[in-house]
Design a protein. Structure first.
Length: 514
């Protein structure tokens, strides 16, 4: 599909222009403000609809007309001040003319304009040419998480933003996984260092109960010590009582020893005498005086004996009471006595305490080893979880950087090989902003070709930056493979159209200028 003719009427600064186009295109030459840019703008307006505006109608005219003829197709764009514009086509197929034309020509990107842009501006320009939306459902399907993309934000930017989020999360998860792995190695080494054969079979009680047996042994030892001290204190307190007991017992013995005795024969003889005396009194009244005297003597002796008996009974009673009091005090002491611990008891308690403390130390060591193993196991679980999370995030980041972009590119019919790197664009992996000027221009031409694969038409403003040799090289590059170039170049003189013919590439001047 070759553009053969351009006719422009009353568009911007052009009153009337009618020219043919060479096999490889044409260069619009002329001095500054001669209308060169108006020619390429008119072509762009007719093919893309950009610039179809009443403000573009030349002063004094009611309408503008742009007519483009190809080998087997034609297009006419009419721009009216009333705003009732019209586009008619022939040879573009059925359907709305604008839709059919845009399907053929796509985007008329000026490679020189793109090459001169700053990276962020270039990126925004290219993205605007290929609108694409990413929905929350897309992100849910790609990441498994819920997202609410910013309305109106380009899908590529949405993916980049989400990818940046997961990239940061992956970086954090990788750091956590690395730290967990380090902590696991440390914990495992510590557990291995604490493990001992003697820990096998040791029952590890709940935390804080390692010293229970030692505490019980210590309590028993303290009880023995208290018992010893209590026994000593009791002995000191009851010293006076024991001395009183001894005195009472001595008094008992003394009283018993000092009690007067009445010999039994004398007692019997006294009775006999009394009896005899009574008999004599009865039989011998005559001898009453004598008998009465004898009786008085017997009675006196008997009274003395009775008094001695009473004194004996009193002494015996006091002795019995002292004995009973001593016995009661002794019973009381026996009931309240505190037996001091024996040497065997103390030694056994000390052995029990030592054994309990040794066992407590063993339990603590076993618990430390057990806890270290448990900690290592817990850290291993954390490490596995963090590693799994890092791998999940890595899969998401990789998918967003690859398959998600590919899916979006296919859905939005993006340029093959085009990618977006930070604040710039790249084609086939070549980032525009890091290339030399000539390399960047070549890559921009290739981008323009891929943006317009059917129409095979490239427009360029500013070819005056090339010298003659460089211009020939640029034109050859832009028109290879049957493409056409419509460009502008500032030169002295009035506006003229110079055909480009592919001999290698020859710029053919009009006949009248040869």
């Amino acid at each position: 599909m070759k553009l053969r003719r351009i006719r422009i009427t009353n568009y911007k600064g052009i009153e009337a222009l009618d020219c043919t186009v060479g096999e490889a295109g044409a260069i619009v030459k002329g001095k500054v403000q001669s209308g060169k840019t108006s020619v390429v703008d008119a072509i762009k307006a007719a093919l893309t609809g950009e610039g179809v505006d009443p403000h573009c109608i030349r002063d004094g005219a009611d309408k503008s007309e742009i007519l483009l003829d190809w080998d087997n197709a034609s297009l006419q764009q009419v721009i009216r001040r009333s705003g009732n514009h019209g586009l008619t086509t022939d040879g573009f197929g059925l359907g709305k003319p604008r839709t059919r034309v845009e399907e053929v020509f796509g985007y008329l990107l000026d490679p020189m304009e793109i090459a001169k842009m700053k990276p962020a501006e270039r990126r925004a320009k290219v993205l605007a040419m290929m609108p694409a939306e990413v929905t929350g459902a897309d992100l849910k399907r790609w990441t498994g998480d819920d997202w609410k993309p910013e309305p109106g934000k380009h899908g590529v930017d949405v993916i980049a933003e989400v990818r940046e989020h997961y990239y940061g999360e992956r970086k954090r998860a990788n750091a956590e996984a690395k730290e967990a792995s380090r902590r696991y190695d440390d914990a495992q080494a510590r557990a291995n260092g604490l493990a001992r054969p003697e820990h096998v079979g040791v029952v590890v009680p709940p935390a804080g109960e390692e010293d229970a047996a030692a505490r019980a042994a210590e309590a028993e030892m303290r009880a023995l010590n208290r018992r010893k001290l209590d026994a000593e204190a009791m002995e000191a307190r009851t010293k006076g009582t024991r001395e009183r007991i001894e005195k009472l017992r001595a008094e008992h013995k003394a009283l018993l020893a000092g009690a007067p005795e009445v010999p039994l024969p004398e007692w019997e003889r006294g009775r006999a005498e009394v009896a005899q005396a009574n008999a004599d009194v009865a039989d011998l009244d005559r001898r009453l005086g004598l008998a009465r005297g004898v009786l008085r003597l017997a009675e006196e002796r008997m009274g003395a004996l009775e008094r001695r008996q009473e004194a004996c009974d009193e002494a015996t009673g006091k002795a019995a009471r002292a004995y009973d009091q001593a016995r009661d005090l002794e019973a009381t002491l026996a009931e309240t006595a505190i037996a001091p611990p024996t040497a065997e008891e103390t030694a056994a308690a000390e052995r029990s305490l030592a054994d309990a403390r040794a066992h407590a130390d063993l339990v603590r060591a076993a618990r430390a080893a057990h806890d270290a193993l448990s900690e290592a196991a817990d850290i291993a679980d954390v490490a596995a979880d963090t590693k799994a999370e890092a791998e999940r995030l890595d899969r998401i980041v990789t998918f967003l950087a690859g398959d998600a972009i590919s899916e979006l590119a296919a859905r939005a019919n993006m340029v093959p090989g085009l990618s977006f790197v930070d604040d710039d664009i790249a084609l086939d992996g070549h980032i525009f902003g890091v290339l030399s000027d000539s390399q960047r221009i070549s890559l921009c031409v290739e981008l323009a070709r891929r943006l317009n694969p059917k129409g095979k038409l490239i427009r360029v403003n500013g070819l005056e930056q090339f010298d003659d040799d460089s211009l020939e090289d640029f034109v050859a590059m832009a028109t290879r493979g049957g493409w056409q170039l419509i460009g502008t170049r500032v030169e002295r003189g009035e506006l003229r159209i110079v055909a480009i013919e592919p001999s290698r590439v020859t710029v053919v001047e009009p006949e009248e200028e040869r």
